[in-house]
Design a protein around this ligand. Structure first.
Ligand code: FES
Length: 112
């Protein structure tokens, strides 16, 4: 399995869907290929992430930041600035919960 650097969760819940999230998902495919980042990123669709009034929402993990990407131009800007050059896009961040690499002590098979 490839070692992905970024996992991008594109919300396709009802409100984000209404705001054209499916075409933004397609734009990610094109933008990541154009930036030659396709092998380093995995893009998944998810249901509602809950800041619905700020949608369309894209969550970036493991960094733990959620972005409002309102249109195709914002997706291109996100790919070029955040993923390719490692820049910030504070104007489009809606939530920053930080890296989430820690696993709860009591979960899965290790539960006692
Ligand atoms: S529908 Fe996307 S955040 Fe709720």
């Amino acid at each position: 399995m490839p070692a992905f650097e970024h996992h991008l969760l594109v919300c396709t819940g009802p409100r984000c869907h209404f705001r054209d999230a499916p075409s933004l998902r397609a734009e990610f495919t094109d933008a990541l290929r154009a930036a030659e980042l396709w092998q380093r990123c995995i893009v998944s669709e998810t249901s509602c992430l809950i800041p619905c009034n700020r949608g369309p929402i894209v969550a970036q993990y493991p960094r733990g930041r959620w972005f409002q990407l309102p249109d195709r131009a914002a997706v291109r800007r996100f790919v070029d600035a955040v993923l390719l050059r490692g820049e910030e896009m504070p104007d489009l961040v809606v939530r920053d919960i930080g890296a989430t690499a820690r696993v709860p002590r009591k979960c899965g098979r290790d539960r006692r």
